[in-house]
Design a protein around this ligand. Sequence first.
Ligand SMILES: [Zn+2]
Length: 496
Amino acid sequence: MTKMLITGARVLTPDALSAPFAEVLVEDGRIAAVLPPGTKVDDAARHDASNRLVIPGLVNGHTHGHGGLGKGVGDKWDLALLLAHAPWINGGRSVADKRLSTTLTAVEMLKKGCTAAFDLAFEPPCPTLDGLDAMAEAYAEVGLRAVLAPMVADLTFFEATPGLVESLPEAHRARAGGMRMASAEEILGVIGAAAKSWSHGGKGIRLGCAPTIPLHGSDAFLTGCRALSAEHGLPMQSHVAESRYQAAGGEIRYGGATLLEHMDRLGLVGPWFSVAHGVWLTQGDLELLAKRGGGLSHNPAANMRLASGLAPVRAAIRAGVTVGIGTDGSSSSDNQNMFEAMRLAAFASRLWEDAEDDDWLGTAETVRLATVGSSKLLGLEGGTIEPGKAADLALLDLAHVNWAPLNDAANQLVWTEDGSAVADVMIGGQWKLRDRKVLGLDEAKLARDAQEAADRLRGVNVEARAWCEELAPHVACHCRALAKGWTRSKRLLRAD
Ligand SMILES: [Zn+2]
């Protein structure tokens, strides 16, 4: 049976402002019609969704599947400290560990009402075909759609950050300065080979390309990433101006140009490209991004957790940038909860310097950013419950205390819901979550495997961790000094 009629539910309208009773006809993986209650459709299987609220699946504009095994590491870390600790957080992983980490991330997203994600996947020092296939298979097993973008760099954090190695105590300088990523040629070769052999498109998993942080790529490498993206149609995403020390480092490296201006000079910025975070983008950057048709994934949880700042989301929207919402990875935010991401995005918008209430993100607007907006970042056209759109739906239990009573659907999606009322999820017309259980996957075994892997990897990385912990205070000291030295003169304060 390829036709299903979801009956008895409230259905969120495309403007996200209300949720009247309606019936949703799903046919061949798409929404065929939204019908008045009680409409007869003779040849459709009926699915009783009484006391459910049907919403479009939330779309995660920015995450990292490899973060799944790293949730809850680190406390008072800013972004520079997270990067300084990355060698032990991500070190020593087998292909099975990479798949496991991505499975954990995908399962958490699914259980919390998310149906698609832009995943920047890290396999230092170089992506591998086996690793990319394993991570794509993890998404396929759980059933989420994804852009799986190898997160790559040909320079280490130490090479990339102006003055960092020189600032370290003598005892650490040689080791830090001697670390290397794989060569640009090798990394680009793997991505090109992956693009040619990619076999996961039929399952909704698309290959992308993610030069991780502009400072972490040589010009030749960044240009090479763009060439591959153009040749194979790979969506690109990069962490641009996430942290103030990076904005400062960019101006030093690029002769006064901003990070985004430099990427644009190299041809990276276009409709295929989105910025992750963008906390320290300038007004000029936002206008440039809009002019090129690029996007921005706003990830407020990570920006607060890592003390990066508040992204200029209203200014980006006013400039014409396509804006979505993301969680970021589990080693920096740490859950994969798009309801929380929406809530924090709306909250953070109220704290913007000099913000007036017309600058704040409203609740319906925030829902649309996390559905329609994020979908665009992934190159998907979904995000609303309308004929022709993919049947990617989350069904929320209106008997849950989060919805008792139902006063206003949009306000409660953003202010009240925390993912715990998500009961069922359909992706492409197929149930992937029913009664809060992931179909076709043993969640208890997944939890056991995760604990076994985390315990084993903690042992494998014990020496690397000790070294990172010795180094961390020096990294923090240097990067904070870089940030402080950066003037706010080019920074947007408020867009009018
Ligand atoms: Zn990230």
